[in-house]
Design a protein around this ligand. Structure first.
Ligand SMILES: Cc1cc2nc3c(=O)[nH]c(=O)nc-3n(C[C@H](O)[C@H](O)[C@H](O)COP(=O)(O)OP(=O)(O)OC[C@H]3O[C@@H](n4cnc5c(N)ncnc54)[C@H](O)[C@@H]3O)c2cc1C
Length: 608
C-alpha cells in the first residue's frame, strides 16, 4: 500500500514537473556564468552566502598547516588544573549523536565522577553553518529526531541535554564560553570534527578558554576507527592512494591500547540534579520541531521517518540484520528496513548480506548493503562498533578483524576503511573542503554551463534510465546506493560536462547521509580530480553500468514509472520512439561523443 502511495505521489510530481520543463536539446537554456552562485537568490542565500571556492594560495596555506593538527597542538597548551567548577560539559555535535561508545561523552563522565560534580550535555544548532555546508533539510530533521531520542534516554541517567540555537556562527566560540562561565564549568569535552570551519571554531574555543583560565578543553578523536595522524607515509604525510593506506591502516587495528575498545557509557548523575536551580531547569527545555530554512514537507518528513528511524537501537538493529540475515529481494522507496520479513541466515553466516557482500554489493536491484551511512554520518553508531561486531561474526576466538578482499566481511570492513581514508584526507589536505580540486592541474577544466541539463540531472529526467532512477531515489529516499552515486556523478561530470561541485552541492542538499569527507571524496573520485581517482579517460558507459548493477531492471522500473512496463534490454536504453510514446525524455548527449569531449577537455585544461 505504502509503495503504491509512494509511486502515485511520485508520478504526479513528475507529471507536474514535466509540464514545467524548459528542456530542449537543440536550444538549451543557458546558465548563469557562475553556476555555483544561483542568479535567483533564495531565502537562504539572502541570509548568508559564503564564498565557496578558496584561492589556490589560500588552499595551499591551509594545507601547509592543517587545522586538525593545530588543534592537537593547542590542546597540549590548555590549562591543566582549572579551578573546581559546578559541572562538566560534553558538547555533542552533528556527527556524534549517541550515548554508547562515545569517547568525549565517556571522558566527560569520568571527569564529572572524579570531581563529584554533575555532567551536562549540550548541543548548539548553528543554522549558518548548515547553510555554509549545504546541509539537507533531511539531515537537520534527522538530527532533531535523534536529539529527542537522546534527550529521553539521558533523562533516565539524570543527565540534562541543553539544546539551543546560535547565530551568527562567527560568535559561536564566545557564546559557548559565555555558557560555560554562566554554569561555572571546569571542563569541556567534545569529539573532533575534521571540517576546516569546525576546526577553526574549536581552535577559537580553546584560545578563549586558555585566556579565561577557568575551563580545560579536551577535543577527542572519535569519528574514525584509526584517528588521522596515526596512519602516515614514510615522509610523515597523509596517504593519497587507498590501497597503501589500507595496508598501513589494517595493522593498527591490533594496536595497544585497543583502538576498537568500547568507550564506557556515561554514569548517571545524582537524582538531586533535578532540584538544582540552574541544571534542574535544563531538563525542561524543548527541542525545536525544525530549523528555519530547513523545514521538510509533512509528506517528506513522514517518509524519512519510515526509511530512517531515529535512535541508536535502530542503528544497532540495522547492523545486526546486515550481519545475520539474508538479503531480501528489494527494499526500495518508502519501506521500513526494520520491518518483518528478514530471514536469519542460520545455517551458514556466509548466506547473510554481509557474507555475500564481496560478490553482491554492486547490485542495486536487491537489498545488498547495510544502509548504515545515515547512522555513521551522524555518529548514531560508532565505526568501532561496526568493526567489533564483524569480529564476533567472523572469528570470535581469534579476536582478529577480517580484512580480506576475498570475504564479504573483509570487503565490508574495507568500505568502512574508505570512510576513514576520506576523513584522513580531509584532515591532512583541508583544501578538499575549500572547493578546490585535490589535483590542482584540473582546476581549469572547462565546464559546460547548461542550466537545463543540470536541472534534468537533478530531477532524474536525463533520458538515461539508470541515472534517472538514481537521482529519483536520492530525491525521494534521501539515499542512494554507492554504485548509482558513482554512475550519476560520472554522468554529470563526464557526459554533461558540468562542474563536479554542482553535483557535490546537490548531493549534500538532498541526502540524509550527506557527509563532507565521503561526499567530496566520491565526487572528486568520479571527476578524476581527487586523491586516488578514477583516471580521467576511464569513463563509465552508463548503459553497461546499468546492465551490471540492475540486471533485472527492477530498480529502474521502480523509480522511473514511465518505464514500469518495459521489459528486457530496452529498460536500460529505451529506443527513441518507445521513449516518446511513454513520455520519457531522450538523452541530451550521445555517450560516445560526450566521452571524447571530456577526454579532450581533461587533456587540455583551460581549452574548450
Ligand atoms: C559521488 C559520491 C558521493 C557520496 N556521498 C556520500 C555521503 O555524502 N555520505 C556517505 O556516508 N557516503 C557517501 N558516499 C559513499 C557511499 O556511496 C555511501 O557511504 C554508501 O552508498 C552508503 O550505503 P551503505 O551504508 O549501505 O554502505 P555499505 O556498503 O554497507 O558500507 C558501509 C559503510 O562504509 C562507508 N562507505 C562505504 N562506501 C564508502 C565510500 N565509497 N566512501 C566512503 N565511505 C564509504 C559508509 O559509512 C557506509 O555506511 C558517496 C559516494 C560517491 C561515489
Amino acid at each position: 500500500m505504502l509503495r503504491r502511495v509512494f509511486t502515485l505521489a511520485m508520478s504526479a510530481l513528475l507529471k507536474r514537473e514535466r509540464a514545467n520543463s524548459t528542456l530542449s536539446s537543440t536550444n538549451p537554456p543557458m546558465m548563469n556564468p557562475s553556476p555555483l552562485r544561483p542568479a535567483k537568490k533564495t531565502k537562504r542565500d539572502v541570509q548568508f552566502l559564503p564564498n565557496k571556492i578558496a584561492t589556490v594560495e589560500n588552499a595551499a596555506r591551509v594545507d601547509k598547516d592543517p587545522p586538525a593538527f593545530r588543534l592537537e597542538e593547542l590542546m597540549k597548551q590548555t590549562i591543566k588544573n582549572p579551578p573546581m567548577g559546578d559541572a562538566v560539559v560534553y558538547w555533542m555535535r552533528m556527527e556524534d549523536l549517541r550515548i554508547h561508545d562515545n569517547r568525549a561523552f565517556s571522558q566527560a563522565s569520568a571527569q564529572a565522577i572524579r570531581d563529584g560534580i554533575p555532567l551536562v550535555a549540550m548541543f548548539i544548532l548553528s543554522p549558518q553553518d548548515y547553510v555554509a555546508h549545504d546541509r539537507s533539510a533531511r539531515r537537520i530533521d534527522f538530527t532533531l529526531r535523534n536529539l529527542r531520542a537522546i534527550r529521553d534516554k539521558l533523562a533516565s541517567l539524570h543527565i540534562p541535554l541543553y539544546v539551543d540555537s546560535h547565530t551568527p556562527r562567527t560568535t559561536l566560540p564566545s557564546h559557548i564560553l559565555g555558557l560555560l562561565s554562566q554554569w561555572n564549568v571546569s571542563h569541556l569535552f567534545a569529539n573532533i570534527e575534521y571540517e576546516v570551519d569546525e576546526l577553526r571554531r574549536d581552535i577559537k574555543v580553546c584560545e578563549l578558554a586558555k585566556k579565561g583560565g577557568r575551563v580545560r578543553c579536551t577535543f577527542v578523536h572519535d569519528r574514525c576507527v584509526i584517528p588521522p595522524g596515526i596512519v602516515k607515509t614514510k615522509e610523515g604525510r597523509g596517504y593519497t592512494v587507498f590501497s597503501p593506506f589500507f595496508r598501513a591502516w589494517a595493522p593498527h587495528l591490533a594496536d595497544k591500547p585497543d583502538p576498537l575498545a568500547c568507550a564506557p557509557t556515561p554514569e548517571p548523575n545524582a537524582k538531586l540534579i533535578h532540584d538544582h536551580k540552574t541544571f534542574g531547569e535544563l531538563f525542561h527545555r524543548t527541542i525545536p520541531d525544525s530549523v528555519e530554512g530547513f523545514e521538510l514537507t509533512t509528506e517528506d518528513a513522514e517518509q524519512m521517518k519510515i526509511c530512517w528511524k531515529e535512535g541508536e537501537d535502530a542503528a544497532r538493529e540495522l547492523l545486526h540484520r546486515f550481519l545475520y540475515t539474508k538479503s531480501r529481494p528489494s527494499q526500495l522507496g518508502a519501506v521500513d528496513p526494520l520491518s518483518d520479513g528478514s530471514k536469519v541466515a542460520e545455517k551458514n553466516p556466509k548466506d547473510s548480506r554481509v557474507g555475500k557482500y564481496n560478490t553482491a554489493r554492486d547490485r542495486v536491484d536487491a537489498d545488498t548493503t547495510s544502509r548504515l551511512s545515515p547512522y555513521l554520518s551522524a555518529g548514531i553508531i560508532s565505526a568501532r562498533e561496526c568493526i567489533r561486531e564483524t569480529m564476533e561474526l567472523s572469528n570470535a576466538k581469534a579476536k582478529k578483524v577480517d580484512v580480506s578482499r576475498e570475504t564479504g566481511i573483509g570487503r565490508w570492513v574495507q568500505e568502512v576503511a574508505w570512510r576513514d581514508f576520506y576523513n584522513h584526507v580531509l584532515a591532512f589536505f583541508p583544501r578538499v573542503s575549500m572547493g578546490r580540486p585535490f589535483q590542482e592541474k584540473f582546476a581549469d577544466v572547462q565546464w559546460e554551463t547548461n542550466e537545463g541539463h543540470l536541472q534534468a540531472w537533478k530531477d532524474g529526467k536525463t533520458g538515461v534510465p539508470i541515472v534517472d532512477a538514481g537521482m529519483r531515489q536520492a530525491n525521494t529516499m534521501g539515499w542512494m546506493h554507492n554504485r548509482v552515486r558513482m554512475v550519476t556523478a560520472m554522468y554529470l561530470v563526464k557526459d554533461l560536462m558540468l562542474d563536479w561541485r554542482l553535483g557535490e552541492k546537490y548531493f549534500m542538499e538532498t541526502l540524509i547521509d550527506g557527509d563532507l569527507a565521503s561526499n567530496n571524496g566520491g565526487w572528486q573520485w568520479s571527476a578524476s580530480t581527487g586523491v586516488d581517482p578514477v583516471p580521467y579517460f576511464r569513463i563509465f558507459n552508463p548503459y553497461n553500468q546499468s546492465h551490471k548493477a540492475d540486471p533485472t531492471g527492477e530498480y529502474i522500473r521502480y523509480f522511473v514509472p514511465e518505464l514500469a512496463k518495459v521489459r528486457g534490454d530496452d529498460v536500460h536504453n529505451p529506443p527513441a520512439k518507445l521513449a516518446e510514446k511513454l513520455g520519457y525524455p531522450t538523452p541530451y548527449v550521445k555517450h560516445n561523443e560526450a566521452r571524447e569531449r571530456a577526454i579532450k577537455r581533461y587533456k587540455n585544461p583551460g581549452q574548450a
